[in-house]
Design a protein around this ligand. Structure first.
Ligand code: AMP
Ligand code: MN
Ligand code: MN
Ligand code: MN
Length: 295
């Protein structure tokens, strides 16, 4: 149980339900993230590594040891209408076999994709990017664009990771390789069947037409999805207001998470987010029974 007494305090809980460790593309270990979340005043935390739950036990144990309430988490890569969409899962059972298999299948193509990315970069004179990126990888099954970006900052190709993405790693640029991730139906089903809640991550980041976005939210709900991130590190205040309306329109629970990856790179730290707009129902009110409370 969350350590609160009234519905009001539950509503204003400092929940941070989205961040990454070195088990995916963050730079800190789960234990260091737990300590940082606690130090920053987080009251309910979830580690949501991309396509991976290998860090969950460590995160949960570390949280318990320092008196921090914990929800299990992951962030699944999905292809919807040819666009990559991220679906956060919260409060699921980490022993669920179908979830394990689904995440393993989703991770499966990353190595080949990375080798193709490296070939694309070599064509514009950036050599050794695959091996270079590997130096930053904490989990051999999870090589991501972020690791390439770190290598290209280290070698002076760009000044920071956002410049690397802009110039090299997004659609149409030399290091971009189109990739087919999980389907929306599968990702939501894996999470829901494991007892968790599926949440559309950072919706303002996707370049959808109004129609395609409507289709995303409608199909997500039809598959059993129940939440949307309203306050996240990659939303402006205007984005949060816009998706607060979307949450109400679709009857979705609202989530809040920094999407913290690294002290040097992320501009929003763990727990350092504005509150959810008052009129929304926080996703954690529907996950009370799934919270791992410290002893
Ligand atoms: P991947 O799953 O390999 O496609 O990598 C996606 C990750 O790249 C995201 O989770 C972010 O951590 C990072 N990312 C995506 N776009 C940007 C950007 N414009 N600037 C910095 N990092 C980004
Ligand atoms: Mn990431
Ligand atoms: Mn994401
Ligand atoms: Mn993320």
């Amino acid at each position: 149980m969350v350590n609160t007494t009234t519905a009001t305090t539950l509503k204003h809980l400092n929940a941070d339900l989205h961040c990454h460790s070195a088990v995916s593309d963050g730079t800190l270990q789960p234990e260091a993230l737990a300590a940082r979340a606690k130090a920053n005043g987080v009251e309910l935390w979830a580690l949501t590594d991309h396509d991976e739950i290998g860090g969950q036990q460590r995160a949960r144990d570390a949280a318990a040891a320092i008196g921090l309430s914990y929800l299990t988490g992951t962030e699944i890569s999905v292809t919807f209408a040819d666009v990559t969409v991220h679906i956060v899962g919260l409060g699921f059972d980490t022993d669920n076999a179908a979830l394990h298999a689904g995440l393993a299948a989703t991770r499966g193509g990353r190595r080949e994709r990375a080798m193709e990315m490296s070939d694309g970069l070599a064509k514009v004179g950036i050599h050794g990017a695959y091996d270079g990126a590997l130096k930053y990888v904490g989990n051999p099954e999870l090589i991501s664009r972020t690791h390439f970006a770190r290598f290209m900052v280290e070698t002076g190709v760009c000044a920071d990771t956002s410049e690397v993405f802009r110039k090299y790693l997004v659609d149409g640029k030399p290091g971009f390789v189109p990739h087919r991730w999980a389907t929306l139906r599968h990702a939501v089903t894996w999470i829901v069947d494991a007892g968790g809640i599926a949440v559309i991550a950072h919706p303002a980041r996707y370049k959808f037409s109004a129609n395609a976005e409507y289709a995303l939210f409608s199909e997500f709900k039809a598959h059993g999805g129940r939440g949307v991130e309203v306050v996240t590190g990659s939303h402006s205040a205007a984005d949060a207001l816009r998706y607060a309306e979307t949450a109400l329109e679709f009857g979705l629970l609202a989530s809040r998470g920094s999407d913290f990856h690294s002290p040097g790179e992320s501009h929003v730290d763990l727990g350092a987010l504005p509150p959810l707009p008052d009129k929304l129902t926080p996703v954690w009110t529907a996950l009370e029974a799934r919270v791992h409370a410290p002893a």
